[in-house]
Write a protein that binds this ligand. Structure first.
Ligand SMILES: Nc1ncnc2c1ncn2[C@@H]1O[C@H](COP(=O)(O)OP(=O)(O)OP(=O)(O)O)[C@@H](O)[C@H]1O
Ligand SMILES: [Mg+2]
Length: 685
């Protein structure tokens, strides 16, 4: 209601009395600016009130009606509202009632200002509507400012607390988010003379082990009970010693809810109370299973590499010696035919030497020095054939199954080697199922993506052999690929079967894994890289049978081992060839420069003296374009290289038949001899 009397009865007070009291320290509330709402239909009154309250230094909002006031209250937060009791349309009482009804403004302090007293009834009504004061005009500016400033201060303090709480909540939420996203579990635990379960455990633990933090807190035995039995005593003694040690850092295996076992790195520090007494431990638990797996894998492959190099070196020397022994025994045995006992003994010695050669072959296979004759093959065609062949070996009590899917990719491998490893795996499976069981051979295509774990990322065909046998404990799995590791009784196993499988897989740029559970069975899975079109050149017939040998040709034999060279020369002469011999590349080149006819260079691949057999062959082909080449070596790596120089390959140690076959392949395919040079007489140059 309009009122002619000005609000102000006295002159304006010095602003200083309204200024907020000097704070003793930094007061966060001081920085907050409060809103004060003035509602009066008379602009003059609004101006007067504004002038009165301006010294408070807050934000003053004036509106001419109750409707406008409600509108402003919807959008902004106010410390207090000063309402003219008598206004047209919506008076102060109705406005107060509406303010009280709205949840957002229910607690807003309201001061009624009235031009005249309408009696106690109105004052009571105003207080009933939540008024904090009822002021009559003329208003004393000092008193009004003092009253308003109380509510402004209260509002600012409340707001400061609210902001503080909000900031705290944000910090807590951020911390919780960080803790949740850490690949680590944080915990605190009270120390009551030992571990009594965690007091706090971050949620990260659930993803790692499958148990919720509350489960650990409710059952203090859950954590110790699931520590690997072999680690438990050590772990608990570290925990017990933390009050004296002050900290701990331990690694242990833990049995997770899903039955898997994980490795954790548990690091904790001791916190003492003011009196210096141990109060609690603060710790972190990090899942290092994957890291340990990688380390183990690296250590394992380094160990296998070292054993491979050692084995390969020894096997190579044995190869040379065996070549001499087998050849001489072969000659002697044949010449002793018809002499009864003597022939028998000689035959036994030859058989023994051949068995040794087989052992060497396996060792070379493990050391990845086994010469291969790979070609692009469809494993899915080879496996069913092989499975049929296995049945009689495995006996009636073992059922053999083959699991194949359509569209198995081709692989680049030596089929004879695949047959040999399948046989080895089947025999292992048979030995693991003395009471019978099932053996499944399975082929599948897989894409391997992990750059850390073997094999290298790429596309592979897997060949798995699964049995339902006795299974292998972890310590056997860890050593199963080592040559000569066997759990079989003496004479039953040489421990070379899986070593060969390992060597074959690695040599084929693949990988092999063992999954086994004691009492349940074993799966050995071989990964062979998918064949590329570039390997198609290998699809020639490597299995050609020995043909008629063309004699009368001239062969240059290059071999650094005197015994091996002597045997080879004698053999070739026996077969009717003209033979030239050289102990190394330089002598061989001299002979190649001579006018003598040379149809074939028969050279060892690995030779001392700087030039390998491969380089020699290249020189020979340049000097005598028509010359053929036959390599002999026990090292597979040599044979890889040899394929690119267009030569034939002969694996050491070789028998007579192997030699004839190789000669037939290399010379039988020749149209004629090197006619650019005169034919030499048989003999040694
Ligand atoms: N399918 C399997 N089930 C259970 N244990 C196995 C299986 N395959 C291999 N093993 C274990 O791994 C060891 C090594 O196997 P590997 O084939 O290398 O040698 P071996 O079978 O003992 O002898 P060899 O194969 O030379 O005759 C075995 O002695 C056996 O303890
Ligand atoms: Mg075996």
């Amino acid at each position: 209601m309009p009122d002619d009397r000005p609000y102000e009865r006295a002159g304006a007070e010095p602003a200083a009395d309204a200024a907020p009291p000097a704070a003793l320290g930094p007061d966060p509330a001081r920085a907050i600016l409060a809103n004060i709402l003035l509602v009066d239909d008379e602009p003059k009154n609004l101006r007067a009130l504004t002038q009165m309250l301006e010294p408070l230094g807050q934000n003053i909002v004036s509106v001419p009606s109750g409707a406008d006031a409600l509108h402003r209250l919807l959008h902004d937060e106010f410390a207090i509202v000063l309402v003219d009791a008598q206004m047209p349309d919506m008076d102060g009482y109705e406005l107060a009632a509406q303010i009280r009804q709205r949840g957002r403004t229910r607690g807003l302090p309201i001061i009624f200002i009235s031009a005249f007293s309408t009696g106690d009834k109105d004052i009571s009504r105003a207080y009933a509507l939540g008024a904090v004061d009822y002021v009559f005009k003329p208003v004393d500016p000092v008193v009004l400012r003092a009253k308003v400033s109380v509510f402004v201060d209260l509002h600012k303090k409340t707001e400061a607390v609210r902001r503080h709480e909000r900031a705290l909540r944000q910090i807590e939420e951020r911390q919780a988010l960080i803790i949740r996203s850490l690949p680590i579990a944080l915990y605190t635990a009270d120390l009551n003379g030992g571990f009594d379960g965690p007091r706090f455990l971050s949620e990260g633990i659930a993803a790692a082990v499958g148990f919720k933090p509350s489960e650990f807190m409710e059952d203090p035995t859950l954590w110790p009970a699931r520590i690997h039995p072999a680690d438990r005593e050590r772990v608990l003694s570290h925990v017990a010693a933390i009050d004296t040690a002050g900290s701990m850092s331990i690694e242990y295996r833990w049995h997770c809810a899903d039955g898997s076992e994980k490795v954790f790195l548990d690091q904790a520090v001791l916190v003492r109370d003011e009196a210096g007494q141990p109060r609690e431990i603060l710790g972190t638990c990090l899942d290092i299973t994957y890291r340990r797996q990688l380390e183990q894998q690296l250590a394992h492959s380094q160990k296998m590499e070292a054993i491979g190099q050692l084995t390969g070196g020894i096997a190579h020397d044995f190869n040379n010696m065996l070549s001499v022994i087998i050849w001489n025994l072969d000659v002697v045995t044949r010449s002793l035919k018809g002499t009864g006992k003597l022939h028998e003994r000689s035959q036994m010695a030859l058989n023994g030497a051949l068995n040794c050669a087989e052992l060497i072959r396996q060792l070379l296979a493990f050391a990845r020095h086994q010469p291969r004759q790979p070609k692009v093959i469809q494993i899915s065609e080879l496996v069913p054939r092989m499975a049929k062949m296995l049945s009689p070996v495995l006996g009636e009590r073992i059922k053999v199954g083959v699991s194949l899917v359509e569209g198995i990719w081709p692989v680049f491998a030596d089929p004879a080697q695949i047959e040999s490893i399948l046989l080895n795996l089947a025999i292992n499976a048979r030995d693991a199922m003395p009471d019978g069981g099932t053996l499944i051979i399975e082929c599948a295509n897989i894409r391997h993506d992990s750059p850390d774990l073997d094999p290298a990322p790429g596309e592979y065909v897997t060949l798995s052999v699964t049995d339902t046998g006795v299974g292998m404990p972890q310590e056997v799995i860890d050593r199963a690929f080592e040559p000569f590791f066997t759990t079989k009784e003496s004479g039953k196993g040489s421990g070379l079967g899986l070593s060969m499988v390992y060597g074959f897989a690695k040599q084929s740029a693949g990988h092999v894994t063992i999954e086994s559970k004691v009492g349940l069975g074993t799966t050995v899975r071989i990964y062979l890289p998918r064949a590329e079109a570039a390997h198609a050149d290998a699809e020639q017939d490597w299995d050609a049978e020995p043909d008629l040998v063309e004699t009368g040709r001239a062969i240059l034999v290059v071999e650094d081992d005197d015994d091996v060279r002597a045997v080879t020369v004698a053999r070739l002469q026996d077969l009717g060839y003209a033979v030239f011999e050289a102990e190394g590349a330089s002598r061989a080149i001299e002979i190649l420069r001579s006018p003598a006819t040379i149809d074939l260079l028969f050279t060892d691949v690995v030779m001392p003296g700087g030039m390998s057999g491969l380089e020699l062959a290249q020189h020979a082909c340049e000097m005598r374009p028509g010359v053929k080449v036959l390599y002999a070596s026990g090292y597979a790596s040599s044979f890889h290289a040899a394929r690119h120089v267009n030569g034939e390959l002969l694996q050491k140690p070789y028998g007579d038949r192997d030699l004839r076959a190789a000669l037939s392949r290399v010379l039988g395919s020749v149209g004629g001899s090197d006619s650019s040079a005169p034919r030499a007489a048989s003999g040694i140059v």
